[in-house]
Write a protein that binds this ligand. Structure first.
Ligand SMILES: *[C@@H]1O[C@H](CO)[C@@H](O)[C@H](O)[C@H]1NC(C)=O
Ligand SMILES: *[C@@H]1O[C@H](CO)[C@@H](O)[C@H](O)[C@H]1NC(C)=O
Ligand SMILES: *[C@@H]1O[C@H](CO)[C@@H](O)[C@H](O)[C@H]1NC(C)=O
Ligand SMILES: *[C@@H]1O[C@H](CO)[C@@H](O)[C@H](O)[C@H]1NC(C)=O
Length: 206
């Protein structure tokens, strides 16, 4: 029922109690505004973006990204992506989405995972999307086919749009796994974990 970080919750409660600041202005400062337009009534907490923890040795490794809330509409992401060897064969990707009760009890939300086909083509199609914006901040640019090297993603701005369909009325805790295979071997596995709350959930309880 409560946001992931109890310090943040406490902070919000203190502000609300101390402030006389209208609630409608305040609750969004926890997390960023999310949901479907026009009423962005959900609060999104991006909790983790990084390598699947049980697969640290794949050809592609994404260190846990730094996620900083810029304001009540945007996060800023930074991180390092390491490609450990040249990946010469085509890489095909799947996306799976799970809804969770807690960190150990999750179940698939879409089953089977969605096949996104060729990862390079997929990334190319994402050029004008939020994902494209994030990858566009990579230095040096992430190019296909992936070749051995280190890429830094510097201060990529992300808003709610890639996450707008994650509804707190379905689940408050979501997991998205992005997996890639090349030459019948898994080469990448990245996980995004997020919490989403409706504004009713964010109201302090007395
Ligand atoms: C939040 O920060 C981003 C990036 O600096 C900016 O584009 C956006 O307008 C800001 N939003 C608000 C509501 O201030
Ligand atoms: C990896 O690819 C790059 C760019 O094509 C090339 O310069 C390099 O020699 C390749 N490395 C190996 C180990 O094949
Ligand atoms: C997660 O939820 C399940 C089902 O409600 C429960 O049995 C389990 O003990 C919970 N695990 C943790 C770590 O809270
Ligand atoms: C991205 O936007 C540019 C400019 O609007 C356009 O020329 C290009 O075709 C778009 N690319 C994709 C993959 O949609």
């Amino acid at each position: 029922m409560f946001p992931p970080n109890s310090t943040t919750t406490l902070f919000a409660v203190v502000i609300v109690l101390a402030g006389g600041i209208p609630l409608t202005e305040q609750y969004f400062y926890n997390g960023i505004k999310s949901g479907l337009e026009p009423d962005l009534k959900h609060s999104l907490f991006l909790d983790r973006i990084g390598q699947c923890r049980w697969q640290p040795d794949l050809a592609v490794f994404l260190a846990d990204m730094r996620i900083v809330q810029r304001n009540h509409t945007h996060y800023v992401l930074s991180g390092v992506l390491r490609v450990r060897r040249n990946i010469t064969q085509a890489t095909t990707g799947t996306v799976s989405i799970e809804i969770c009760q807690n960190t150990t009890h999750c179940r698939p939300f879409v089953d089977p995972p969605v096949n996104v086909g060729d990862v390079c083509r997929f990334l190319d199609e994402q050029r004008n999307s939020s994902l494209g914006d994030v990858l566009g901040r990579s230095v040096p640019p992430l190019e296909c086919p992936f070749t051995k090297g280190l890429h830094r993603i510097n201060d990529a701005l992300v808003d709610y749009k890639p996450f707008r369909y994650f509804s707190p009325h379905v689940s408050k805790f979501w997991r998205i796994d992005f997996v890639g295979e090349s030459d019948r071997k898994r080469v990448l596995c990245m996980r995004i974990e997020l919490f989403v709350y409706s504004w009713e959930d964010m109201l302090p309880r007395y």
